[in-house]
Design a protein around this ligand. Structure first.
Ligand code: UD1
Length: 330
């Protein structure tokens, strides 16, 4: 029988679970490996969920063999920037060393395609933050999280010279929103991400939203980011899979919409969709935040057949609010 399963590591997490849903709906064979440290069993809507870690060589080898895996999508990672500063080795262990282990298993099992979740945190604070970051913009992570991912990118790049496995590295910008069906969403506890926090404030789960910094060199003084709906990010993974299956070469792609919104614009959107103003306070800048981070997206559109469907801040915010309501009912 032809090898045809897709191993999704971290498939019980926020982004991974959205990708598993799309893969399942498309009829792909999926197996999920997740240690459930931050993921949720209920979020895995398709395929078998195997509880474990990518650092477990014997387990990974067994899964690759038993499930006739030919493609690996690697989401499993720690993603909290301040935690990575306090505990860098935790990040290098799980995001870098465990990825090295997974890659070695993939090399030994002749895996053909590898899709890797990377991050705009690899760019650090871009020298020229007036224009979008393109894939050739210098990388200079300013925290262990970004560095742990960049090290994995380098391993993949080196490996592509040494074996036949092809990869697509996707550098995510600011991921937000939740599945339009309302079945899955972002369940992270003690979230720090702007849209999630703002939605929690709107629904009374938190007292107020703090705007970190109103004196940035941006149009309204607050930080600007490229927010991408998680379902569009998920569909980019399926496009990347098709690209590799059609013989595409290993590549690195930014994943965003190529436009930025300020913190105040996000707050306005929340107020508009929610129908009343949320409670906001202003504080000085948060350490390590670049003024503006926007994806250059020419390369992803030239490379993949990817058509975003939720490129609209209000849609992102609306889906976040709906998911927060759902979480309250649970
Ligand atoms: C996120 C990602 C990071 C990635 C980056 C890409 C996580 C934990 N972080 O970080 O890995 O590299 O996107 O662009 O996934 N803000 C407030 N108040 C808040 C929260 C945020 O004013 O309560 C502001 C921030 O100062 C920033 C903007 O909102 O200007 C977005 O912040 P946040 O949602 O935390 O994401 P990033 O820090 O950009």
């Amino acid at each position: 029988m032809a090898k045809s399963s897709i191993l999704v590591t971290g498939g019980a997490g926020y982004i991974g679970s959205h990708v598993v849903k799309l893969l399942g709906e498309r009829g792909e064979r999926v197996v999920v490996l997740d240690d459930l440290s931050t993921g949720n069993r209920d979020a895995v809507l398709f395929g078998e969920l195997i509880e474990g870690n990518t650092a477990d060589t014997a387990l990974v080898e067994k899964i690759l063999q038993d499930h006739e895996v030919d493609t690996v999508m690697h989401f499993a990672a720690h993603t909290i920037v301040p935690e990575s500063v306090e505990n860098p080795l935790k990040y290098y262990r799980n995001n870098t060393a465990a990825t090295r282990n997974l890659l070695e298993c993939c090399q030994n099992a002749d895996i053909r395609n590898f899709i890797f979740s990377s991050t705009a945190a690899t760019y650090g604070i871009p020298q020229d933050d007036t224009s979008p970051c393109i894939e050739t913009t210098a990388t200079a992570p300013i925290n262990p999280y970004g560095m742990s991912k960049l090290m994995s990118e380098h391993m993949l790049h080196d490996l592509s010279e040494a074996c036949d496995m092809k990869h697509v590295i996707l550098r995510y910008f600011n991921v937000a929103g939740s599945d339009p069906d309302g079945k899955i969403g972002q369940s992270t506890k003690n979230a720090t991400l702007l849209i999630k926090v703002a939605a929690e404030v709107a629904l009374g789960k938190r007292e107020q939203l703090t705007i970190f910094g109103t004196d940035y060199p941006t149009p309204d003084g607050t930080g600007v980011r490229d927010y991408i709906h998680v379902s569009d990010l998920a569909s980019a993974h399926l496009s990347a899979l098709d690209y590799l299956r059609n013989g595409g070469k290993s590549t690195l792609l930014n994943c965003g919409y190529g436009k930025g919104f300020s913190v105040r614009q996000v707050v306005d959107s929340i107020d508009r969709i929610h129908g009343e103003k949320i409670n906001v306070v202003e504080q000085p800048r948060r350490a390590g935040d670049p003024p503006s981070l926007i994806a250059g997206v020419d390369k992803i559109h030239q490379t993949l057949d990817w058509k975003p469907q939720f490129d609209d801040l209000d849609k992102i915010v609306d889906s976040s609010l709906q998911w927060e309501r759902k979480l309250m009912e649970k």
